[in-house]
Design a protein around this ligand. Structure first.
Ligand code: NAD
Length: 476
């Protein structure tokens, strides 16, 4: 909580109009910090700083940029415990989840340090004219990065690291619920050698106004957003005015399919990871469980036992597995999903009641016999609730899994790899976990199809989101 002001041009500044807002610890409901709220004049100062810093940064060699990123990884890795503590304080997630996030977040600096020197191009002969076709990639321009509260560190570094590797300057607008972690990262980036102005952080209470203003600045060429599909649609409309390059990581509604030939121990372990990583507050969280009728009873009993063994409490207690949800709205939305499913005939196997406060807690909950018209089957639950349905026919379960506007990630458990691969290829999802409950990896292209997003983060693709392709037709 050392830093609560705006970070512009390598300096800490209160907002121009002095406005501030509170950050709440979701486990205690107590205010833990008062953070400066950026205004239009602050955004302009950040854009000027980023444009100036980028001119020098983009001209540096890829190796020079790479070494700064590598150093950022080293410094972040040395402070994982501190970062995790802060993540838990402002987001609520349990210590193990926070350590997992901090480690994952740091890895983006290492991965993109390695990618910074691999912006491969192409040279070839034009088949008709014999001219040379030269293809190269250039930094796209300033990037505005907008991130959600569920991963206060990782959703930021997954954008900052590739942008810097590509040679871009950035302005990052963290979620108002969780701005402290991103602010705390800035001294580490400074120490790593990131020049003043290249990375700016603008917490604000006026997201819509501030982001729209920055997107209208002709120096900005990329809008990279992670958050809800609803806000993503608005930003895509705004991006059209300046024809910005959009990178959109939006909502999900992940199906998790357990076939009758799956190793059930593996399926339960995978399902626990897919459902309970980050207490279900993840775009990748398994939202709809489809379990083959032959194994449904056995799977539900084992999965419920695993959920029942989790300890709910203040995430800063290291013995706790499941922390509070981020705020009252999120908790109330989860409770409403459960009430709706139960009213439609679902059976509560575990949990399902909101505990006494303070804190925005919701217990690990398992629902079986969930009807397909329940709201939680169509919308993101974003909490520790598993909604189980059964199936008997492979074609039918694939059709049900695909029957959504979302297409981020799906999970499939089967002992038959031929069947597994066939099913994966028929699922309309950007990512599939096959006998795995975790797909996120800095070295892999993370992203969705349909209304789950546009573009990819991580992998080789991640840096290209911040680059433009230039083709030169040459004769000599
Ligand atoms: P959100 O869309 O409400 O907010 C995300 C960010 O956008 C926040 O910083 C917020 O302040 C900002 N914002 C809100 N309105 C805005 C506007 N009009 N203009 C500009 N910025 C605006 O999402 P959230 O509640 O913070 O996060 C949860 C959502 O994020 C879920 O839907 C989840 O699936 C999604 N998510 C997706 C991924 C992914 O990689 N696909 C990862 C994490 C979270």
């Amino acid at each position: 909580m050392e830093h609560t002001d705006l970070y512009i041009d390598g300096q800490w500044r209160p907002g121009t109009d002095g406005a501030r807002f509170d950050v709440i610890n979701p486990a205690t409901e107590a205010a833990i910090a008062s953070v400066a709220s950026a205004e239009i004049a602050d955004a302009d100062a950040a854009l000027d700083a980023a444009a100036r810093a980028m001119a020098d940064w983009a001209a540096r060699t890829p190796r020079a940029r790479s070494e700064v990123l590598r150093k950022a990884w080293e410094l972040m890795t040395a402070r994982l415990e501190d970062l995790a503590r802060l993540i838990t304080l402002e987001n609520g997630k349990a210590r193990a989840d926070a350590m997992g996030e901090a480690t994952y977040a740091a890895e983006f600096f290492r991965w993109f340090a390695e990618e910074a020197v691999r912006a491969d191009g192409l040279i070839t002969h034009a088949p008709g004219s014999g001219a040379r076709i030269i293809v190269q990639h250039k930094p796209a321009g300033l990037a505005v990065l907008v991130t959600p509260w569920n991963y206060p560190a990782a959703m930021g570094t997954r954008k900052i690291a590739p942008a810097l590797a590509a040679g871009c300057g950035v302005i990052i607008k963290p979620a108002a619920e969780t701005p402290l972690t991103m602010l705390a990262l800035m001294p580490l980036l400074e120490e790593a050698g990131v020049p003043p102005g290249l990375v700016n952080v603008l917490p604000t209470r006026q997201s819509g106004k501030l982001v729209a203003h920055m997107m209208a600045d002709p120096r900005v060429r990329v809008i990279s957003f992670t958050g809800s599909t609803e806000v993503g649609r608005k930003l895509l409309k705004g991006a059209a005015d300046q024809v910005l390059k959009p990178a959109m990581e939006l909502g999900g509604n992940a199906p998790l399919i357990v076939f009758e030939d799956a190793d059930l121990d593996e399926a339960v372990a995978g399902a626990m990871l897919a459902k309970m990583r980050n207490l279900g507050e993840a775009c990748t969280a398994a939202n709809r469980f489809y379990v083959h009728a032959d194994v449904a009873e056995d799977f539900t009993a084992r999965f419920t036992a695993a959920m029942a063994a989790l300890k709910l409490g203040d995430g800063s207690d290291p013995s706790v597995d499941v922390g509070p949800l981020v705020n009252a709205d999120t908790r109330d939305k989860v409770a409403a999903f459960v009430a709706d499913a139960v009213a439609r005939g679902a059976k509560v196997e575990l949990g399902g009641t909101v505990p006494e406060g303070p804190g925005f807690f919701y217990p690990p909950t398992v629902l079986s016999n969930v009807p397909s018209d329940a709201e939680c089957v169509h919308d993101e639950i974003f909490g520790p609730v598993a909604a189980i349905q059964t199936f008997t026919d492979q074609d039918d379960v694939i059709a049900r899994a695909n029957a959504t506007e979302y297409g981020l990630v799906a999970y499939v458990f089967t002992g038959d790899m031929k069947r597994g691969m066939q099913v994966c290829e028929r699922l309309d999802y950007g990512m599939v976990g096959l006998n795995r409950g975790l797909v996120s990896d800095p070295a892999a292209p993370f992203g969705g199809v349909k209304q789950s997003g546009l573009g990819r983060e991580g992998g080789h693709e991640g840096m290209l989101e911040f680059m433009e392709t230039q083709y030169i037709s040459a004769s000599w």
